[in-house]
Ligand binder design. Structure first.
Ligand SMILES: Cc1ncc(COP(=O)(O)O)c(C=O)c1O
Length: 449
């Protein structure tokens, strides 16, 4: 079979010069934390596919659960009906949700989950007699998806370019938590700015604030411990709904079921996707407080949203198999146990490579921010960052057989999010690969003009 990249398949976010035979790998198989391309090369999957393969690749138990569900009942809709698989999946998730969250609405991706949350927020405010609350707040460098509603939330100019006035007008960005550590007084600068924006726009026009417990865009931004409780208080003061986007942080990434548990967040709504199925099937969802759902139904009869594939029975069977496997294999405890080992390895690498400006993160979600030379303060230009992230760092990944993610949001980053059932020896071996990657990239940086 000819497995070269061809014209018939369109790549996602892929420049045309990369979409050429021999340039973009074709993956054919996966096993545990490793994947294999069509030339038989083996790679460590250091970003869990795309932050989603919590349990790694090639698991026959999860594949078996999907096959059994397909044979038993492949499909019936979640419209005025349920499947037994959907009921079981929602119950398993609801048991693990933080605070008063307890009702789960299933969709098929993170973007759709955020669309669902935007609509739920609008409907809830309408039910409360506040139809003017239609604005949303998100944070600089945050990625919340690509459908037009979710893209309106995404605070990354490169992703929004070209869609301009088609995006929702009432979305405003505030600083993320990166600069909070430079604070001089007691208050967090990012939250001061958030309050200023709310006051300026008019508190009773704002529907919701969307934020990730640990933000991926900008490089694993772990907030100050006071951030989420204070953000909760601000939302309460102004009647604004707080939405935790847990598309990456949900399902164990930080060593807790949800990132909200890790950072002490008490959101009104949560969105998730990716790890809910460990990527064995597409699924996503939104969790809300049952009392909020009642408020909507009392006034409007129903939450006015849905889709054909939402709560697809096969996806639901995979959710169930995934959560049970994570529980049986103590995956959250594994993440917590490995965190100091992995962070220690990464910090050791940073101390030996002056191109590493900083390592940050929590659980098994880390980013290495690169610079030109940490010791003499020389930095990289925007063009140099783009060259490194688009070409040089990915080439170093392929040369060493370790696939992490190169990211140019907020600097030149190597993003590290291995599968959550990885073991200590594998991480130690991959730190060796990272050492080689950093040496190759240091050589590249030394040759930059
Ligand atoms: C935090 C966050 N929210 C939403 C999304 C969108 O998810 P999807 O690509 O499944 O639409 C992503 C995707 O990476 C994400 O990282």
């Amino acid at each position: 079979m000819d497995v070269e990249i061809r014209r018939s398949l369109l790549g996602h976010f892929t420049p045309r010069d990369v979409w050429q035979p021999g340039k973009a790998p074709v993956f054919v198989r996966g096993e545990g934390c490793f994947v294999y391309d069509s030339d038989g090369n083996r790679y460590f999957d250091g970003v869990s596919g795309l932050f989603c393969s919590q349990l790694g690749h090639g698991r026959t138990d999860i594949a078996g659960a999907a096959a059994a569900q397909m044979s038993k009942l492949a499909y019936m809709p979640n419209w005025s009906a349920a499947s037994d698989a959907a009921l079981e999946a929602s119950a398993l998730i609801a048991e693990r949700l933080p605070g008063e969250l307890g009702s789960v609405f299933f969709v098929n991706s993170g973007s759709e989950a955020n669309e669902a949350a935007m609509k739920f927020a609008i409907q809830l405010h309408r039910s409360r007699g506040q139809p003017q609350r239609k604005k949303f707040i998100t944070r600089d460098h945050a990625y919340h998806g690509t459908t037009l509603g979710a893209l309106s939330l995404t605070a990354l100019p490169a992703y929004r370019a070209g869609y301009g006035d088609l995006l929702l007008p009432g979305v405003f960005n505030v600083p993320n938590t990166f600069r909070d550590r430079d604070r001089s007084g007691a208050a967090l600068p990012s939250l001061d700015e958030t309050v200023r924006l709310i006051e300026r726009e008019g508190p009773d026009t704002i529907a919701a604030i969307f934020a990730e417990p640990v933000q991926n865009g900008g490089g694993a931004l772990v907030p100050d411990p006071t951030y989420w409780p204070e953000l909760r208080a601000i939302c309460d003061r102004y009647g604004i709904l707080l939405v935790a986007d847990e598309v990456i942080t949900g399902f164990g990434r930080l060593g807790t079921w949800f990132g909200s548990h890790h950072v002490g967040a008490q959101p009104d709504m949560m969105t998730f996707a990716k790890g809910v199925t460990s990527a064995y099937f597409p699924a996503g969802g939104m969790a809300v407080k049952p009392a909020h759902l009642d408020e909507i139904c009392d006034v409007q009869g129903l939450y006015q949203h849905g889709s054909t594939w939402g709560a697809h029975p096969v996806a639901m069977a995979v959710v169930v198999a995934n959560i049970r496997a994570m529980e049986n294999e103590a995956v959250l405890a594994n993440v917590r146990a490995l965190e100091p080992h992995w962070a220690g390895l990464l910090n050791d690498l940073a101390s030996r490579h002056p191109i590493v400006r900083e390592v940050r993160g929590a659980g098994l979600m880390h980013a290495m921010e690169l610079t030109r030379d940490r010791d003499n303060g020389a930095t990289l230009t925007e063009n140099q960052i783009n060259l490194l992230v688009r070409e040089r760092i990915p080439a170093a990944f392929r040369a060493t057989g370790a696939l992490f993610k190169a990211d140019n949001r907020g600097g030149a980053m190597i993003v590290l999010c291995p599968p959550l059932n990885v073991d200590a020896a594998t991480l130690t071996a991959q730190a060796g690969n990272l050492d080689r990657i950093l040496t190759l990239v240091s050589d590249d940086i030394a040759k930059l003009d």
